[in-house]
Write a protein that binds this ligand. Structure first.
Ligand SMILES: [Zn+2]
Length: 334
């Protein structure tokens, strides 16, 4: 190869290289031109939250609330959980307080922020699952029975909860007491009477003969009954089998004590079995089942049934929980 020829080839190489640089610069400029232009406007507050991983909720003041939770120290993930699982009432309280670790409570529907210390204390003292600790504390079971008593505001409702922390007004008398057609000397609330007759008829078809013997009882009657028991047993014992006045379901007209025809105040084991398996079809539940005295406050009472309507009785039966728990879980706004 001559020196001249080499020089020529170097020249061609330089020109080609130069052309390459020009073409790639052009390509870059063209591509850049067609690409989405970056947003030059500043990000909105909403976009800032989204970029942090927060799911925006359609709620007035959400942006302010989310920012305030971030300021308190809640992580974006915690904020998402709060808005997914917590009631508005709880969120209001979370916003009004300092940071609290809410991770044990996110999926618990009956959680109440104001009781958080009680839940934690009760859970660790009793080794329960947190969801059970929450329900029990809501029912004031972390306190002695009768310590906190709320006066019932809906005494005429068929779903009314009457227990040791929910009392009926002393002067409450159901307006719609009626005689039970098959047992005309006894009265219950009109809402329950047809279903009770259906229960009696269905039982009879299975050779189960149910006889009610104590149904509606007035406040005064319950007072006499309870006082009478006090002459026989110490108060702590009486409280396990008799309600204090105002705390008896019998005052609602929705509770009945029933017996088998062969017993004077209780069901036979077979009849009790029938009642446990069938009463819900007619809207009744066995209100004080066995092994639940720490929740209901009463020993097992096979004879005491309570009307709550077919829909709720069926659910209580399926869930296998006490009515106290059911009421807190499904019939109370938290
Ligand atoms: Zn009873």
């Amino acid at each position: 190869m001559t020196h001249r020829k080499l020089k020529k080839e170097i020249m061609i190489g330089v020109v080609l290289l130069f052309l390459c640089v020009i073409i790639s610069s052009l390509c870059f400029v063209i591509l850049h031109f067609f690409q989405d232009k970056p947003n030059e406007k500043p990000l909105t507050e909403e976009q800032i939250l989204v970029n942090k991983g927060i799911t925006i909720k359609e709620k007035t003041n959400f942006i302010d609330e989310a920012n305030s939770l971030l300021d308190k120290g809640y992580s974006p993930d915690e904020i998402n959980q709060i808005y997914e699982y917590m009631s508005d009432q709880n969120i209001e309280q979370i916003l009004a307080n300092n940071y609290v670790d809410l991770s044990p409570f996110y999926q618990i529907s009956n959680f109440d922020f104001s009781k958080i210390d009680r839940y934690l204390a009760y859970q660790s003292a009793n080794g329960l699952e947190m969801k059970d600790a929450v329900t029990r504390v809501n029912l004031n079971l972390d306190e002695p029975f009768y310590q906190t008593v709320e006066t019932i505001t809906d005494p005429g409702s068929i779903t009314v909860l009457v227990n040791k922390s929910h009392a009926l007004p002393a002067d409450y008398v159901p307006e719609d007491l009626v005689n039970i057609p098959s047992f005309p000397s006894l009265q219950i609330k009109d809402d329950a009477v047809d279903d009770f007759e259906k229960l009696l008829a269905a039982a009879k078809l299975d050779n189960v003969y149910i006889i009610p013997y104590s149904t509606y009882r007035s406040y005064d009657y319950q007072n006499r009954l309870y006082t009478n028991y006090l002459g026989r047993d110490p108060k702590e014992v009486v409280d396990t089998y008799s309600a204090r006045p105002g705390h008896s379901e019998h005052q609602t007209g929705l509770a009945l004590d029933v017996r088998s025809s062969s017993h004077w105040d209780n069901l036979t084991d077979a009849d009790y079995e029938w009642m446990l398996n069938n009463s819900y079809k007619y809207g009744f539940i066995v209100r004080y089942p066995k092994n639940n005295s720490t929740i209901t406050g009463y020993q097992e009472e096979p004879w005491h049934i309570r009307y709550i309507g077919v829909e709720h009785a069926t659910k209580v039966h399926e869930l296998g929980i006490t009515y106290d728990e059911y009421y807190d879980l499904y019939l109370t706004k938290h």
